[in-house]
Design a protein around this ligand. Structure first.
Ligand code: BG6
Ligand code: MG
Length: 217
């Protein structure tokens, strides 16, 4: 495994720092059922890390029906309202095990931290989790044109930190996110299963298994 003098760690949010990936799953499942599209965990893996309209288009394509642009906007709003009701009560207790400790470890070692989430709800989520102050740079949907798997979000985070891509590494739970990190020419740490995240350089089950020293030269 490549060890390096990294100067920053760029985190995905949903499914890495908190289990909002599950809430996205529940909200998309309900939406998919409402339009008669089949939906399961394997299909959901293709949606993780993909932005709202991109995910909706994948679900609608699976339904085999046609939808107008106005229908699509209404369905996207419907999913988002459901998702927002699921995250309304989010609090610092919803940080995944090891999340707060990983951020502290990285900052204590003098490295910088950034957030790279395509979610338009990212700011609200980090505020409710009490970690909004833990990032030197936050890049969300408002700051990019191309969703993951495009590398833009990770490259924008690195540029915001004033660093080159190889000085940063990325942490992701999604297939699209790992592809984005690798296309940005960064080291990719996967969170989840190595069977799913085949493109990652290393995969751990969760941030409770994270130790910065494992990656530093
Ligand atoms: C990503 C999630 O972080 O954000 C996706 O992995 C989600 O599941 C995407 O669709 C967009 O989120 P939002 O909050 O803008 O609908
Ligand atoms: Mg994610």
């Amino acid at each position: 495994m490549r060890k390096y003098d990294y100067r920053a760690v760029i985190f995905d949010l949903d499914g890495v720092l908190t289990d909002t990936a599950h809430y996205h799953y529940l909200a998309w499942k309900k939406l998919a059922e409402s339009v008669g599209a089949s939906f399961d965990e394997a299909f959901n893996e293709q949606l993780k890390g993909v932005d709202r309209m991109g995910s909706l288009n994948l679900i609608l394509a699976a339904s085999g029906k046609d939808f107008s642009d106005a229908d699509k906007l209404a369905l996207a709003d419907q999913k988002n309202l459901h998702y927002q009701s699921l995250i309304a009560q989010l609090s610092p207790a919803d940080l995944l095990p090891g999340a707060a400790e990983s951020l502290q470890q990285i900052r204590a070692a003098g490295l910088k931290t950034a957030l790279a989430s395509v979610s338009k709800n990212a700011r609200a989520v980090i505020e409710r989790l009490g970690i909004a102050g833990e990032f030197d740079v936050v890049v969300d949907a408002a700051k990019i044109k191309n969703s993951k798997p495009d590398p833009e979000i990770f490259l924008t985070a690195a540029a915001g930190l004033g660093l080159t891509a190889d000085e940063c590494f990325g942490i992701e739970d999604s297939i699209a996110g790992i592809r984005a990190i690798k296309s940005a020419n960064m080291f990719a740490l996967g969170i989840g299963s190595p069977v799913v995240l085949t493109g990652a350089d290393v995969v751990i089950a969760g941030l409770h298994q994270f130790s910065l020293q494992d990656y530093l030269r």
